[in-house]
Design a protein. Structure first.
Lengths: 507, 76
């Protein structure tokens, strides 16, 4: 029996041919249309004699982009999403890393593709679909040859050395993730998703794969609505959206501005959130507005395929409390390891690094053996045969109720506006600017701002403008501060304590 | 108005706020910019911005935003 992520698509398309699968701002695809597009794209790739290769997708967020992802998977290759929001420097680094033979774009990105200097073939989605054929025999042959440890995607995450890391994920881990997540959140054919997260990360798996498995429907909520809370709620109601898996900051945009006084997202019954701390005051507003809904905190790094832990909220919290990350999904194990790699027990209440064991592990970082072996290591608690664990770099502990709590990071990775960011990547990019002699980043948690300290001959305002060219928008420092020199500790390292103090005292 | 321009410049130093009239429609300000902008404005001008004010028309230019702040100040 094949354990392929698209194993349910044909069935679902047979069962609900005319039901909408994915709906975007400008277009929608029914399950039948989706299935047809997927097979057509799959056939096109096979006819180009491309096998088991990374294929770049540079399209507007749309149902057609999802069809392209699945079409690539149908052909036994794996998709690498890039996005117009990414600065060109970052796109170049990604293209250099994956060395792909084919890029699929659309009308909205076609012009930009020319600037990328991409060396493989370039084709538009519409060109593939117009009069495209379907070769069932060739597609079946590829399907029958596939195994569930084959990759299906590479998504890129911030890297501390300035180079983003490509996380390679496989069928087995995605299927397991969707099994567990669907059980916890109760997805079915009745589910109507309102997607918020971008398609170039693994966060969107929560909607993409359950939609084809159950015959659910996913709406891509237009980005512009996330600054118009009232219209956002009206949109959710118009489409009778009952399930959202959003970053916390997207949810608090609604609660902060008193939207609930005017309009309640009355169809919502399943609300999952994650990636950030939910301020309890805001969380309470949500629970009061939707007393019947379930609220689930999700936790997990991209390297563990989507999410790996959950906590279904079942009690009240005081201001300043943190919502637990709870317990691992079934079929996933979490180890807490101390600095000597000894296990931290539940009962001890001590802290340790959160490490993941199980099927949910991704395959590693693309063309990056060094970073892969640092993070994906042998399990120090079980030395009888080789068994990999992933070291998240997150520090956790168990509370009195035996629930896992997130404590802090081991390094300089932060979560800012729902995005995972290595402060080191910002520092490296700042240091590469001509005339800059030193750079160090501090995250002002209280205000949610990235503060860049630097020395050199550039003005504070210019630094932000220059960094916009090399960093994604969400990584550009909110505050830039010029210093005569970056303070150092007695052993010559950046004095982050002194810098953090400067952040505090300035306000 | 100068105080407002200063807050705006802090977010995007490279924008000419005297002339720009498509800050939202032209995707110069994204949703997270708007959120931090609103919290700065609330602090500085002591006004309460609520959901019905959060529409592109109020944020497309510095002048529109300034007018909104004036209206909110009058309401109090």
């Amino acid at each position: 029996m094949h354990n392929h992520v698209l194993k349910d698509l044909k069935n679902t398309a047979g069962k609900f041919p005319d039901k909408k699968a994915f709906c975007g701002e400008h277009s929608a695809l029914t399950f039948q249309q989706l299935d047809h597009a997927v097979d057509t794209i799959g056939t096109f790739i096979l006819e180009k004699n491309i096998r088991k290769s990374p294929i770049v997708v540079f399209m507007e967020k749309s149902p057609e982009e999802v069809a392209t992802f699945f079409g690539i998977i149908r052909a036994g290759s794996y998709y690498v999403p890039i996005d117009a929001e990414m600065p060109s420097v970052r796109i170049h680094l990604i293209l250099e890393n994956v060395k792909s033979p084919l890029l699929i774009c659309d009308d909205s990105t076609f012009e930009k593709v020319g600037e990328l200097g991409f060396s493989g073939s370039i084709v538009k989605y519409s060109e593939i679909l117009d009069g495209g054929k379907i070769d069932d025999a060739a597609l079946s042959a590829v399907y029958n040859d596939s195994i569930d440890t084959d990759p299906l995607y590479i998504v890129f995450t911030s890297g501390s050395t300035g180079v983003p890391k490509g996380v390679v994920g496989c069928h087995r881990a995605v299927n397991d993730y969707i099994d567990q997540l669907s059980e916890v959140l109760g997805f079915s054919e009745e589910t109507v998703f309102g997607n918020q997260t971008p398609l170039y990360l693994d966060a969107c798996f929560k909607e993409l794969f359950p939609t084809i498995r159950y015959g659910a429907t996913t709406y891509f909520v237009p980005k512009a609505l996330f600054m118009q809370p009232l219209k956002l709620v009206q949109y959710l109601n118009e489409h009778e959206i009952n399930t959202v898996c959003w970053v916390v900051s997207a949810l608090t945009i609604i609660s902060t501005f008193g939207t609930f006084k005017t309009e309640i997202p009355k169809y919502l019954k399943t609300i999952a959130f994650g990636s950030e701390v939910f301020p309890i005051k805001q969380f309470r507003m949500w629970r009061q507005a939707l007393p019947e809904a379930t609220f689930t905190n999700l936790y997990g790094p991209t390297e563990g395929t989507g999410m790996c832990c959950y906590y279904r909220v079942n009690r009240d919290f005081e201001d300043g409390d943190a919502i637990p990350i709870g317990r691992p999904f079934d079929n996933t194990d979490i180890l807490l390891l101390d600095e000597e790699d000894h296990e931290v027990t539940k009962e001890s209440g001590k802290q340790g690094e959160i490490c993941i064991r199980g099927t949910s592990l991704t395959l590693g970082y693309m063309n990056n053996p060094e970073k892969t072996s640092e993070a994906f290591t042998l399990n120090p608690l079980q030395t009888h045969w080789p068994e990999l664990i992933y070291r998240t770099g997150d520090i956790g502990r168990y509370n009195e109720a035996g629930e896992l709590m997130f404590v802090s990071r081991k390094d300089f990775q932060i979560k800012h506006m729902g995005h995972r960011i290595e402060l080191g990547e910002i520092e490296v990019n700042a240091q590469m600017i001509d005339g800059i002699t030193g750079a160090a980043c501090i995250y002002d948690k209280e205000k949610g701002k990235i503060v860049l300290f630097y020395s050199g001959n550039k003005e504070e305002a210019d630094m932000k403008v220059i960094l916009k060219d090399s960093l994604p928008r969400y990584m550009v420092p909110n505050v830039t501060r010029k210093l005569d020199r970056i303070p150092l500790t007695s052993n010559g390292k950046t004095d982050r304590v002194a810098l953090a103090e400067m952040v505090k005292t300035r306000s | 108005m100068d105080e407002l321009i200063e807050i705006l410049k802090d977010i995007h130093p490279d924008v000419d706020y005297e002339t720009a009239t498509d800050l939202v429609d032209g995707k110069i300000l994204d949703s997270f910019d708007i959120i931090s902008l609103v919290s700065e404005i609330a602090d500085k001008f002591d006004v309460v911005v609520s959901a019905e004010h959060m529409i592109p028309e109020n944020f497309n230019s510095a002048q529109a935003l300034w007018d909104l702040i004036q209206r909110l100040e009058d309401e109090e």
